[in-house]
Design a protein around this ligand. Structure first.
Ligand SMILES: NC(=O)c1ccc[n+]([C@@H]2O[C@H](COP(=O)([O-])OP(=O)(O)OC[C@H]3O[C@@H](n4cnc5c(N)ncnc54)[C@H](OP(=O)(O)O)[C@@H]3O)[C@@H](O)[C@H]2O)c1
Length: 355
């Protein structure tokens, strides 16, 4: 592990300058899983806001401000000492690291035990003002008994037995990890705020393709030839990280914050992509979008559920429209070499297609 504590010390401004500086100056925060999709954007925003960032597992040395204020360290979620060292001396912790898989063995223990370790380490450090935990919509909506007219909000919890029965181990792991975070933070007197993002789209900073980007990529690269009769809520990665920083900085923030722009049927997603990128549909990718059909031709079309993002709107967050996020996801997948560029020029008027 490389923890460069001198860098954090050197970044502390003189007291008289502190008032004129942006909110992050003089504060050190730890971001777990900093090399991941969401966390990479979070580190970028925190550096822009003047924070010194201790990032675990990071690849982010190229970001503005990283040379002076990114402190690299390694931490394994199942190794308490490494987490304790990463959190040491921090004013805040953003716990984003988590396996993202439906394999129960890889998912549940690191998600739950890692989260307990992070909260205990924050308590033991004695300097941490608040921990922000990245939970998920998976901890919120997996409830077969929720009525069609119920507005999904922060009071909703996934049904653990239903998650187990349907082998949704990711949702199970995130729900149990969030419950553990609440319990352990209460026991240790740690101020915990939770962000529950829905499926996250938008440009990638990291070189690899994360799970939620695959959700879009598969409709364009020919790997999916049908879409499910299913609905899903979407949000832009830049809104997710803005939400994390807002709930960290807002003194009165508490509890859970549902982070969602809107709910779409898969068919809507495919139609938006086909409008934005018509050339993929008519391309050499034979099973691409125009020929995509629903895998369920028997049951009625699933209806989008209602969802409230009011708590984050009340903190001043304005959400990026999902069609813009989908456009930028695809552009980013092209730039990073994960998707061949079929048309060099995408007509400007097709950007921002309303969902
Ligand atoms: N993307 C979404 O749609 C979405 C939606 C809701 C919630 N979330 C939540 O947001 C967080 C970040 O997700 P993401 O989409 O950014 O996924 P990601 O790109 O896969 O990032 C996950 C990060 O967690 C780290 N990690 C996993 N297992 C670890 C372990 N045992 N020890 C230390 N680090 C570990 C990974 O590090 P390595 O790469 O080094 O393994 C990676 O940096 C997760 O908590 C996820 O549940 C994501």
């Amino acid at each position: 592990m490389t923890v460069v504590d001198d860098a954090a010390a050197a970044a502390q401004p003189e007291p008289e300058l502190q008032q004129q500086l942006p909110p992050g100056h003089g504060q050190t925060v730890c971001v777990t899983g900093a090399g991941g999709y969401i966390a990479s954007w979070l580190v970028k925003l925190l550096l822009e806001k003047g924070y010194t960032v201790k990032g675990t597992n990071a690849h982010l040395k190229a970001l503005d401000g990283a040379g002076e204020r990114l402190v690299l360290c390694k931490a394994d979620l199942l190794d308490y000492d490494s987490i304790r060292a990463a959190v040491d001396g921090c004013h805040g912790v953003f716990h984003t690291a988590s396996p993202v898989t439906d394999d129960p063995e890889q998912m549940v223990e690191p998600a739950v035990r890692g989260t307990e370790y992070v909260i205990k380490a924050a308590a033991e450090a004695g300097t941490v003002r608040r921990v922000v935990f990245t939970s998920s919509i998976g901890a919120v909506t997996m409830d077969p008994n929720r009525g069609p007219d119920v507005v999904v909000d922060e009071s909703c919890w996934s049904d653990l037995e239903y998650c187990k029965k349907t082998k949704n181990w990711y949702c199970y792991g995130k729900a149990v990890a969030e419950q553990a975070a609440c319990k352990v933070s209460e026991e240790h007197g740690v101020d915990l705020v939770v962000v529950n993002p829905v499926l996250v789209v938008g440009p990638l900073l990291q070189p690899t393709v994360n799970a939620s980007a695959v959700h879009i990529l598969k409709y364009l690269d020919g790997s999916a030839n049908k879409y499910a009769n299913a609905v899903q809520a979407y949000v832009d990665v830049r809104d997710v990280v803005a939400a994390h920083v807002r709930v960290f900085e807002a003194p009165g923030a508490s509890g859970r914050y549902l982070c969602a722009e809107r709910v779409l049927h898969r068919e809507d997603v495919v139609h938006i992509l086909a409008k934005l990128f018509p050339d993929y549909a008519a391309s050499l990718l034979k099973s691409s979008m125009l020929v995509l059909r629903c895998s369920d031709e028997v049951n009625p079309r699933k209806q989008p559920y209602k969802m409230s993002n009011k708590k984050l709107q009340d903190l001043g967050l304005q959400f990026i429209p999902v069609s813009d996020s989908l456009y930028e996801t695809v552009k980013s997948l092209q730039v990073k070499g994960h998707l061949p560029v079929i048309s060099k020029e995408i007509p400007a008027e097709l950007n921002g297609v309303p969902a």
